[in-house]
Design a protein around this ligand. Structure first.
Ligand code: FMN
Length: 251
């Protein structure tokens, strides 16, 4: 038994400022190998990872995201749900898989698979001394990302990941998470609403103090305030349309 991976996981924080040193493609391939060994629903392996090395393409993806670290990093990955390969594999079989790709279940399977693969890559990269940040901001304009990366039908760009050596002045620290008892329930969902609310209140104070300490008192918001404000604003309302154009979530 060892606490090695536990300690590594507990040290995670997103890195948004990298040294300009490119990560060699051979190292990236090693990361992808580690990612590929993540569990995968029914052995389907529904993920393709696109390494974006072309500076113009990175620039275009930065425009989609609005985040400078999409361009300025050691390496940029984009995680794509991919049933295109299953369509090809099934060509010689007497089957019709469209209804499977196009189901809500197909979308969930693809989303989970890509996320597990990505997190294997994240942890492996962090163990190598790199920092990472996920990039859901690439979904700001899915159609543009489809175009930039020349994605075929039955594929969907789920998120990106910037990887690189953390800059000298990168000052991120692990962010406090919800109390363990709030997210870990035994034998069924806890309906002790009073306790759940009290846990959120305690956590709100922790998060507010965390921001105060990190910003010299400039930021004081609680977790409840932050997440409520975020979820109250309209988020990528075209997503269903973009999913369906890509061949997903039609039934
Ligand atoms: C799927 C996913 C998408 C994310 N997208 C972005 C993003 O577009 N830009 C960004 O700066 N951070 C992004 N993040 C990072 C989260 O903001 C971050 O994980 C969260 O605030 C917790 O902070 P920590 O990773 O430092 O612990 C994303 C994280 C996940 C899991």
């Amino acid at each position: 038994m060892s606490d090695y991976v536990y300690d590594l996981a507990k040290k995670h924080h997103s890195v948004r400022k990298f040294k300009p040193n490119a990560i060699h493609r051979e190292v990236v391939k090693k990361l992808i190998e580690a990612g590929q060994m993540a569990s995968t629903s029914s052995y389907l392996q529904t993920t393709t990872v696109i390494g974006v090395e072309d500076v113009e393409k990175k620039e275009a993806l930065k425009e989609v995201s609005g985040q400078p670290y999409v361009l300025e990093n050691g390496y940029l990955l984009v995680f794509v749900i991919d049933y295109h390969r299953h369509q090809m594999a099934s060509n010689k079989q007497d089957v019709n898989l469209e209804s499977s790709f196009e189901s809500a279940e197909g979308l969930l399977v693809g989303t989970v698979d890509a996320s597990l693969m990505a997190q294997n890559i994240a942890l492996t990269a962090e163990d190598m001394g790199y920092g990472i940040v996920y990039l859901g901001s690439l979904r700001n304009d899915v159609m543009r990302v489809r175009e930039i990366l020349e994605l075929p039908e039955y594929t969907f760009p789920l998120f990106g990941m910037a990887i690189g050596e953390p800059a000298e002045d990168e000052a991120g620290t692990p962010k406090p998470r919800l109390p363990l008892d709030h997210v870990f329930h035994i034998d069924g969902y806890s309906h002790d609403e009073q306790q759940l609310e009290a846990q959120i209140e305690t956590y709100d104070e922790t998060v507010s103090n965390y921001y105060k300490a990190r910003t010299n008192g400039e930021r004081t918001e609680t977790w409840s305030e932050q997440t409520s404000q975020f979820m109250n604003s309209k988020q990528r309302v075209e997503m269903l349309e973009w999913l369906q154009i890509s061949g997903f979530n039609k039934k």
